[in-house]
Ligand binder design. Structure first.
Ligand SMILES: [Zn+2]
Length: 97
């Protein structure tokens, strides 16, 4: 057998010129690539509902916005608590659950 699966943990950088100007990153997840933007929240005046815990994110709270890469108009952006986003894949479905 020749090559093994190439690891994807070293994303090529600079493939998205727009991200250079912001704190936006692309993360590889089991369900695809996600763009993640970290917000300080200082300019937010809206209350968002975090899909991770189904709790509200109050205005002026640092959090992240994530949407799937390729979602060009970003209509499916979701605002997450930073902690909930980072825990997203810790809640792996267990067999037999
Ligand atoms: Zn949350």
């Amino acid at each position: 057998m020749g090559r093994r699966n190439r690891r994807r943990d070293d994303e090529p950088r600079g493939r998205d010129p727009e991200s250079a100007a912001s704190n936006e990153t692309v993360e590889s997840h089991p369900d695809g690539d996600w763009r993640v933007r970290k917000l300080r929240g200082s300019s937010s005046t809206k209350v968002y509902r975090c899909p991770g815990c189904d709790q509200e994110i109050p205005p002026a709270t640092p959090h992240v916005v994530a949407w799937q890469d390729g979602d060009l108009d970003a209509t499916h952006r979701r605002h997450w608590h930073a902690a909930c986003w980072s825990k997203r894949h810790q809640r792996k479905p267990k067999f037999g659950m």
